[in-house]
Design a protein around this ligand. Structure first.
Ligand SMILES: [Zn+2]
Length: 402
């Protein structure tokens, strides 16, 4: 027991108001630290919202005995449309379809809870203005959900001048955006051609960088990916038409790359009747997504073999996909041949780094936020184990346990 008193005493000295809290002791089975390291068993001690220590496995009494499970950091989805949902008629909610703000709010809160219980303790939404109150409500603990980062409303208008782009970036920062989302190309359903010029991209990504904000750029065509990378944007999304040239360029510039493998496409195709006829969800759009599937796996196969490329993880979860986020990791390993541990690291410590939170989340180590999950099985051998989450702790609070 002495081991557990040590952090308690230390923390009580530095923060008297925490002295009433007691340590939570977790006995783990295999422990994956989120940085590629593992040990066969361990004891993780949590104090307040943080991990106080990770020590040898012990027979001492534990608050949670997870010795039958694999324990790893809470998962991080870098691209999640947390507010998207199907309306009362079972159709994708878009525009004026009779839904009220209350309907939208409750649906988003439901998505957030579903996502948290599936083991995703942090997500980045790129984005919607309604993310701001959702983010605040989750932070206050009145809605249960993943720690939420958002770009608020994305920047996409092709007619914006460089000056108006810079002004919009500053406005998003004032409105509380955690990062800036930019559309540099059309949707995959519209061919994915570059829509913002090199000059517009330099204005958007340059202004954001000067304000200390990261940029997440939607880009499908090779041209758009090259332009955004050369403009110094932080992270490129999708990139379905990239070649080895763009992958090498991103690796050289240190640009994070977030391609999707399968969940977003399968989810649209599985739910075709719920989307069909809305905007670019039409025959051409669905055919494009069907054709994208083998290309998507191939992009990830090439990306995961590109030296020094920072291949991060985002599902692009939309209506119908919330809580199924781990299927995207399974696709990466099974369809695209990514190493399972590398896939897990992409959704934990590497994603944390990409979000600018590398010193807080994504790793199980002393001093980090206590975002800890347990899964039934060994995800290094069977990646689908990440879909069997039995324990969820976020910021030291337990939301699910066996
Ligand atoms: Zn998206």
């Amino acid at each position: 027991m002495r081991r557990y008193f040590a952090p308690l005493v230390m923390v009580s000295v530095v923060a008297g108001q925490l002295a009433a809290q007691s340590a939570v002791v977790i006995r783990t089975g295999p422990l994956l630290d989120g940085r590629g390291g593992s040990r066969p068993a361990a004891t993780v001690t949590v104090f307040g919202s943080k991990i106080a220590s990770v020590t040898e496995a012990s027979e001492a009494a534990a608050t949670y005995d997870l010795s039958r499970y694999t324990v790893l950091p809470g998962l991080i989805d870098g691209h999640d449309h947390i507010g998207w949902y199907f309306n009362k008629s079972g159709r994708f909610h878009s525009g004026k379809d009779g839904e009220t703000v209350a309907d939208e709010t409750l649906a988003a809160a439901g998505n957030a809870y579903t996502t948290l219980l599936a083991g995703w303790t942090t997500v980045a939404s790129p984005g919607a203005s309604a993310d701001a109150p959702l983010r605040a409500s989750i932070a206050r603990g009145i809605v249960l959900g993943p720690r939420l980062l958002t770009s608020l409303q994305p920047l996409s208008d092709e007619r914006l001048t460089p000056d108006s782009i810079r002004a919009l970036v500053r406005r998003r920062k004032d409105e509380g955006a955690d990062f800036i989302k930019i559309f540099a190309s059309a949707s995959i359903r519209d061919g994915g051609k570059q829509t913002w010029s090199d000059e517009q991209l330099r204005a958007g990504c340059g202004e954001a960088r000067s304000l200390g904000l990261r940029t997440m750029v939607h880009a499908h065509s090779a041209d758009a990916v090259r332009a955004a990378t050369n403009a110094g944007c932080t992270q490129i999304e999708h990139g379905i038409f990239v070649t080895q040239t763009e992958l090498d360029l991103m690796a050289q510039k240190g640009t994070y790359f977030d391609p999707q493998c399968g969940l977003v496409f399968h989810n649209y195709l599985d739910n075709r009747a719920r989307y069909d006829g809305i905007g670019n969800y039409n025959a051409v759009g669905f055919a494009s997504m069907e054709q994208a599937l083998p290309m998507a796996a191939n992009v990830i196969r090439m990306a995961s073999r590109t030296p020094h490329l920072k291949l991060v993880f985002g599902t692009d979860a939309v209506a119908g996909a919330h809580g199924r986020n781990a299927e995207e990791l399974a696709c990466r390993v099974r369809e695209a041949g990514q190493d399972a541990m590398a896939a897990i690291v992409s959704a934990t410590s590497l994603n944390a780094e990409a979000l600018g939170l590398g010193n807080e989340i994504g790793t199980i180590a002393a001093g980090m936020q206590a975002d800890i999950i347990a899964v039934d099985g060994d995800p290094v051998r069977d990646i689908t184990a990440l879909g069997r989450v039995v324990f969820v702790m976020q910021g030291g609070k337990v939301y699910k346990h066996p």
